[in-house]
Design a protein around this ligand. Structure first.
Ligand SMILES: [Fe+2]
Ligand SMILES: [Fe+2]
Length: 317
């Protein structure tokens, strides 16, 4: 059902209070709800249960299929752990932004309480991700130094100058992960049980985070002046494409730590139209929100298309 824009202050408060209540009644803790010492949940490099998740195109590349089982497991765990490390970095920056947003709120503001709930949840996600990385004993690095500084710069601008861009950045990081984790859970038999558990927890809590970002934007964007909306229309596809690639592209760890040839990475991901279409699909809800908020006019659409993240309507149905 279409949302009537702009949403009022009362509607905003009601939805944010609802999300805060949900955080109280449905939440998970990294060291309470996961039995890390269960024999079934152990992380071992040569465990054949580590497989690239369904729809990860490297998993069907002839080079990967020709590797011995132990090498395939190492590649799968490296791919997973290195992207979790990028997730840790993203959630770190997101938590800093939410804490800053919270402390700027007046007494009694619903946003203050919700922001703290989200920070607490992201804290537990980070603990889960980092625990997997630690137990893999892999020298994982995550985002390159350049990308880490770019993400930090974007976070600072969003936090202190352009909160509307910050929340499109939140969606740009969270929606692609959510999309691919949901797809992976359609084939739970192919997932290591630890991964299945973490994905289920993450998806449940991220639904609230996505809902808050959407609510914030529906409340805030219609009230912006013309210039600021134009600026947002221009920057939203850039931020979305950049973060979707940061979260979903393989990191350099695959080449450096596992010896995956560069041309294999290029064929599997960067020159693979199926993977590129998947990436575009993973940000569909962000695109739809930009359209709904009136910041995806003809010029902005050209930017979305040029960046390869605008799927035709038929593919979006
Ligand atoms: Fe998270
Ligand atoms: Fe989140």
């Amino acid at each position: 059902m279409a949302v009537q824009l702009p949403i009022s202050d009362a509607q905003y408060s009601k939805q944010v209070r609802k999300l805060s209540e949900a955080s109280v009644h449905k939440h998970w803790e990294a060291y309470v709800d996961i039995s890390w010492d269960d024999a079934d949940l152990q992380v071992s490099l040569d465990d054949p249960r580590w497989r690239l998740v369904a729809d990860d195109p490297l998993g069907s590349h002839p080079w990967y299929l020709a590797q011995p089982s132990k090498v395939q497991s190492r590649i799968a765990l490296t791919r997973l752990a290195s992207n979790m490390r990028v997730g840790v970095q993203f959630e770190n920056l997101l938590s800093r932004a939410l804490l800053t947003l919270a402390v700027k709120q007046p007494n009694g503001a619903d946003t203050f309480r919700y922001a703290y709930h989200e920070v607490i949840e992201e804290g537990h996600h980070t603990l889960m991700f980092q625990e997997v990385i630690n137990r893999s004993h892999l020298p994982i690095r995550g985002a390159s130094r350049l990308n880490w500084y770019l993400m930090k710069l974007g976070q600072m601008i969003g936090t202190h100058v352009r909160p509307e861009a910050l929340f499109f950045g939140v969606l740009g990081g969270e929606e692609p992960i959510d999309y691919f984790q949901r797809k992976a859970l359609r084939h739970p038999e192919t997932l290591h049980p630890l991964l299945e558990k973490i994905f289920r927890i993450h998806i449940s809590e991220e639904a609230r985070h996505v809902s808050f970002a959407q609510t914030y934007l529906r409340h805030c964007v219609p009230r912006l002046g013309t210039l600021r909306r134009r600026w947002l229309a221009f920057t939203t596809p850039l931020v979305t494409a950049y973060l979707a690639h940061q979260m979903m592209d393989p990191t350099k760890d695959l080449e450096k730590r596992c010896g995956v040839p560069h041309h294999v990475i290029v064929e599997a991901y960067y020159k693979n139209p199926v993977w590129q279409a998947e990436l575009a699909e993973s940000v569909r809800k962000i695109r739809d929100l930009a359209v709904e908020l009136g910041i995806a006019g003809p010029l902005a659409r050209r930017i979305w298309k040029r960046l390869g993240i605008w799927a035709p309507a038929a593919a979006r149905a």
